[in-house]
Design a protein around this ligand. Structure first.
Ligand code: UDP
Ligand code: MG
Length: 310
């Protein structure tokens, strides 16, 4: 029975597997705990799975699941938490951006009694300027409107006590914005800052549109403010319209009927049309997510599992 489960999502990381394990084994060896390493191959199209299977020859504590297709990192982490048998689990990226040498510091906090420990990035040096700007905007919006507190710089490098693992596994939703859910479950939470490293090999799997969708997923999962704000907009516009109507009545009584009004009519129509489309769009975003949830499809399918009991 392992005490620690390390959960690693892989998507086209074959070139980095060896480097990762070369640093992970020594870091884990020093802990004095029994451990398992759960590798989730998230529908890689390179030799990631084969490389992992090869590595397993040398250490049976490496356990491997292969997804039937690419289900996304959040789903891969969720699967890892489902399969974890440890008293404590650590999720981390497999591209060495999350240094394995931080794991002892996370466990130290766990020994102190914390049940969820976020490793938070101390800087964003490895991100490009656009992405840095975007991340900052996202966190500042998220912190203002979401119903949960998410530590600054929190990512998916995180430790979970068994209680927190069970809590995460009890969440039924399909939209799994992990860093939000991790904060949402509660328990005693702590943070440990670390310096993000550059990617070991390969390229980031995220482009601007994927990040944008991820950001909308996160905000919609933890706030209904984007839905409700239209009530206030509507009230404001109606109030403005009443004032404007009063002005028009007064203007007509004083100066008589003034027919030309093309520009103001157009501005009114376009402004309100835009506002309505935007609010409809927001409703659509939520509706789409409700649709995904009610379909209640399984989160993922596993095509192969190696090293697990059943
Ligand atoms: N990843 C995954 N499935 C995906 C995309 C990414 O399992 O669909 C994994 C990837 O292998 C890596 C981690 O998630 O271990 C972080 O991905 P990436 O480095 O591309 O993201 P970034 O560090 O740029 O945020
Ligand atoms: Mg990365």
């Amino acid at each position: 029975m392992s005490q620690l489960s390390v959960i690693l999502p892989f998507h086209n990381e074959s070139a980095g597997v060896r480097h990762l394990l070369e640093r992970l084994y020594p870091a884990l060896g020093k802990l004095g705990l029994s451990y398992e390493i759960i590798c989730v191959d998230d529908g890689s199209s390179d030799f990631t799975f084969e490389t992992l299977v090869h590595e397993r020859q040398f250490d049976q504590r490496l356990k491997i699941v292969r997804f039937a297709r690419n289900f996304g990192k959040e789903t891969a982490l969720t699967c890892g938490l489902h399969l974890a048998k440890g008293q404590v689990a650590v999720t981390m990226d497999s591209d060495l951006q999350h240094p394995p040498e931080i794991i002892p510091a996370l466990l130290q906090k766990w020994h102190e009694g914390f049940e969820v420990v976020h490793a938070t990035r101390a800087n964003r040096k490895t991100d490009g300027p656009l992405r840095r700007c975007f991340s900052r905007a996202f966190y500042s919006i998220f912190r203002r409107i979401a119903d949960i507190e998410m530590p600054e710089g929190a990512g998916d490098f995180c430790l979970f006590d068994r209680k927190a693992i069970d809590a995460m596994n009890a969440l039924p939703e399909r939209n799994r914005f992990m860093k939000g859910l991790t904060s949402w479950v509660g328990f005693r939470q702590a943070t440990v800052p670390f310096d993000v490293e550059p990617r070991d090999s390969g390229m980031s799997n995220w482009n601007f549109f994927r990040l944008l969708r991820f950001a909308i997923d996160g905000i919609s999962a933890f706030s209904t403010l984007p839905l409700r704000v239209w009530t206030w907009c509507g009230m404001l516009v109606s109030f403005g319209a009443i004032l404007y109507a009063a002005y028009l009545v007064a203007d007509t009584l004083i100066y008589g009927v003034n027919v030309p009004g093309y520009a103001s009519t157009m501005v009114g129509i376009l402004f309100l049309g835009g506002l309505q489309l935007m609010s409809l769009g927001v409703i659509g975003e939520y509706l789409g997510r409700i649709f995904t949830e009610v379909k209640a499809r399984p989160l993922y399918f596993i095509s192969e599992r190696i090293g697990f009991d059943q």
